[in-house]
Design a protein around this ligand. Structure first.
Ligand SMILES: Nc1ncnc2c1ncn2[C@@H]1O[C@H](COP(=O)(O)OP(=O)(O)O)[C@@H](O)[C@H]1O
Ligand SMILES: [Mg+2]
Length: 250
């Protein structure tokens, strides 16, 4: 397992936002986390990625106990995330956004005898990343002027600039048109095959999740109610019950 969370728990007052969650992620897999609004998915991401500290439980990443580590320290050992709301700097160009992320990675790992790389070298790496997320040609556009789908691709590019082994994406397809969702989903699949990066996704579009994922964890009321490959999740009675209004029709 590249990530193994055991008994992760966080309560907000009387609310059991995440309550004894276990999560096991196979290396180089696409693993989705689904569940109704308020199920605790984002909180679980926050607990794994160091935004908040669990009250109980442990998180192992690549054999290291990372429980309670800061996001900066996690980025250094290859664990990155994207956010539910886009985190791009809207007034900077696409290229500048990636260059900033690369510099922040180098700032994390640089030792005193390494010199800072040239602007040209950083721009070249940024262009390579932009190629991977199919944003070449947009490098000089202002990030804030990009269409929504392209902004999500830029979010993913910023995550990739940290050279992660594992990247957690919180609703990368949210608010996008059908066509854009297909594009970003294809992008996620291609990143896994091209880079071998492990991808953990929170996503609402269940039919997309079914096609995209190797394995799916379903949360409800802060707990895991199912954890299985897509075909088994589709047939799971508890999961069907958790989704009202027929939104689980695939
Ligand atoms: N910082 C916080 N303080 C208090 N309650 C919170 C906080 N963050 C999340 N919650 C609550 O925890 C529950 C789980 O939220 P969240 O993890 O965002 O769910 P999801 O991402 O599955 O929609 C919700 O009831 C939410 O209102
Ligand atoms: Mg959420």
């Amino acid at each position: 397992m590249i990530l193994e969370a055991t008994n992760i728990t966080k309560h907000f007052g009387g609310l059991k936002a995440v309550n004894g969650v276990d999560l096991r992620i196979v290396p180089a897999s696409i693993h989705s986390i689904i569940g109704p609004n308020g199920a605790g998915k984002t909180t679980l991401f926050n607990l794994i990625t160091g935004a908040i500290t669990p009250a109980a439980g442990t998180v192992m990443f690549d054999g290291v106990d990372i429980t309670g580590w800061s996001p900066e320290r996690l980025a250094k050992i290859g664990l990155a995330r994207t956010f539910q709301r886009t985190s791009v700097f809207r007034n900077l160009s696409v290229l500048e956004n990636i260059a900033l992320a690369i510099r922040s990675r180098e700032g994390l790992s640089r030792s005193i005898w390494q010199s800072v790389r040239s602007e040209e070298a950083i721009a070249a790496e940024a262009m390579e990343i932009l190629g991977r997320v199919r944003l070449r040609g947009y490098e000089n556009s202002k990030a804030g002027a990009l269409a929504h789908g392209y902004q999500r691709a830029l979010d993913i590019a910023i995550g990739l600039a940290l050279k992660p082994k594992l990247i957690l994406m919180d609703e990368p397809l949210a608010g996008m048109s059908r066509g854009d969702r297909e594009t970003v989903a294809a992008l996620i699949t291609s990143l896994r095959s091209a880079l071998g990066v492990t991808i953990v996704v929170v996503e609402h579009d269940v039919s997309m999740v079914m096609r995209l994922s190797d394995r799916i964890t379903v949360m409800q009321h802060g707990q895991v109610i199912a954890d299985a490959p897509p075909a088994e999740i589709r047939d799971n009675e508890a999961v069907r019950k958790a989704y009202l209004h027929g939104s689980f029709a695939t």
